[in-house]
Structure formats: C-alpha cells, structure tokens
Design a protein around this ligand. Structure first.
Ligand code: PAF
Length: 278
C-alpha cells in the first residue's frame, strides 16, 4: 500500500489506477481505525477496484469545546491495518494541504437534514463534514464511496450532497459493526473508562427495545420515552431519541422507511447509534 501526502502524488497514483482501467473506491476516515472501518474496506474491495482510504482529522467538523485536540491519532497503526485489509492507497493530507491559507469555501446541505438531531446539538458540524467530503470527492474522484451506517445522519447528508451537486459518485452505506454486547464500534469508545463501558451497552439495548416495540405496532411516543428513561437509569445524559424518516430525517410518513436514532453522553463521551424500524 502506498501512502501519499500531496495532491500531485495523489493525482499521479490515481492516474496509474485509471490507466489500468480500474474503478476507484474511496473510504474516508479520520483514522483511529477499528473493525467498523475494516468493514468499509471489505465492502470496497472487488475485482478491478482500487481502494483508496483517507485519514484526515477534519478540524472543521469539530465545534468549540469538542474533542479535536484529544481525538486519537495513530497513523502508523492505521496504515498497517489498512494494508492488511487490502487497501491500495492511503491519502493522508495535512491540514495545510486540505485548507491552505485563504481557503474560503464551504458546503452546506439544507433540506432539514443538517439542523436536526446531531446538527442541532453540534451547530456547523455537517457543514464541516460536507465541505471535507466534497473536497475528498474532488481530490480522489471515486466511482463509489463507503460510509458507515452508524453515522446515519452523515450518510444521509453525503448522499444528498452527491446527488444535488452531480458529483458522479455512488454513496454506499455499510451496516454498523458491533461489539459482542451490541455497542456500536466507534473511535470514541476508547474514551470510556471500564465503568462507563459497562453501562454504555444500555444505548443499543434501549434502541433495540424501542425499535422492536414500534415495529410491532406499539405506541412510538411511549417506546421513545421508555428508551430515554432506560438510558437515564444507566447514567446517560440523553441528547435525543427520535424516530424519523430514514431518508430525509423528518417526521416519519406512512409507507416510508423509518429509522430510530439516539445520541447520549456518558461521562465526557457522546455516543450515537441508530437502528431501522420495521
Ligand atoms: O465519519 C468520519 O470519520 C468523518 O466524518 C468523515 C466522513 C471522514 C469526514 O471527515
């Protein structure tokens, strides 16, 4: 696996892939890789496909007081994992290359996709995500890009942006990878101490119970209230537990896919998770 850090080097390697007639798949990441990211690499691999992973801890998607400074950075370990998983190229730009002096452009996705849920709790977060993903798409020009379903709202925002801006990239979602007890894998799980880690399992359990109850025709408001109380009993401070339209993230409408999403803080760590509702 090659690692490149400049746009010229990236373009040269990509031109080589294209000259071989390969399709290019992109797996954007912020590093601190785990089995969830490896599932994205696995999904991307295929005959005639060159897999490019990016590692860039994007300052524009962290709000003031968020964990930008302590976000785990371990590129050497990440590169070894990517190579073992069959990734062909690692794109690892610096902040100066991604956002050179004078950088003045941002991408904002509207349509009610970014001012709800995590967008309400983290103002500007999805502008930062959309801007860096648009840049990664412009730099790599992938045929297809893979994102984890764990960040369901991010996936919806990126899908909308790719369609709206005719970016010519297929955005593919990959199911969440979970620990044996059900906790969704996340680079932020490493912030949890042993006690918090033990209690964190309440998040997937509360979502599973609510998704089952609602899917079985139970009262949604009651199920969401019970999920919230279960999280609070486990020591979480709940940000939201919501049932939304799976695509546009607004009020669920009859006959359309629904998704249950939650965000809650345990100790100093904010966790998110989501499940489909039948
Ligand atoms: O999901 C992430 O790791 C990030 O939000 C992404 C998509 C790499 C953009 O920085």
């Amino acid at each position: 696996m090659l690692t490149v850090r400049t746009l010229d080097a990236l373009r040269a390697v990509l031109a080589g892939f294209r000259a071989q007639g390969a399709r290019v798949a992109l797996v954007p990441t912020m590093g601190a890789l785990h089995a969830g990211h490896m599932a994205l690499i696995d999904a991307a691999r295929g005959a005639g496909v060159r897999v490019v992973a990016s590692i860039f801890v994007n300052p524009r998607q962290f709000g003031p007081g968020e964990d930008l400074a302590r976000y785990p950075r371990r590129e050497a370990e990440d590169a070894a994992m990517l190579e073992a998983a069959g990734c062909d190229l690692l794109w690892a730009p610096s902040v100066e290359i991604m956002y050179p002096g004078g950088f003045a452009t941002g991408v904002t996705v509207g349509g009610g996709l970014t001012n709800v849920l995590d967008g309400a709790a983290r103002p500007g977060h999805f502008d930062g995500v959309a801007t860096v993903v648009a840049k990664l798409f412009a730099q790599v020009r992938p045929d297809v890009a893979y994102f984890g379903e764990k960040d369901w709202q991010q996936l919806a925002v990126v899908r909308r942006m790719a369609v709206d801006l005719n970016l010519g990239v297929e955005v593919s979602g990959v199911p969440t990878v979970r620990e044996a007890d059900g906790l969704a894998l996340s680079s932020r799980n490493g912030y949890l101490n042993a006690d918090e880690r033990g209690r964190a399992v309440a998040l997937p359990r509360a979502l599973e119970a609510a998704a089952r109850a609602i899917g079985d025709g139970g009262d949604a408001a009651a199920a969401l209230g019970e999920a919230r109380r279960a999280l609070e009993r486990a020591g979480f401070v709940v940000d939201y537990v919501k049932l939304v339209d799976a695509g546009m993230l607004g009020e669920p409408a009859a006959g359309r896919p629904r998704r249950l999403l939650a965000a809650a803080r345990i100790g100093g760590t904010r966790l998110i998770d989501n499940l489909p509702v039948g």
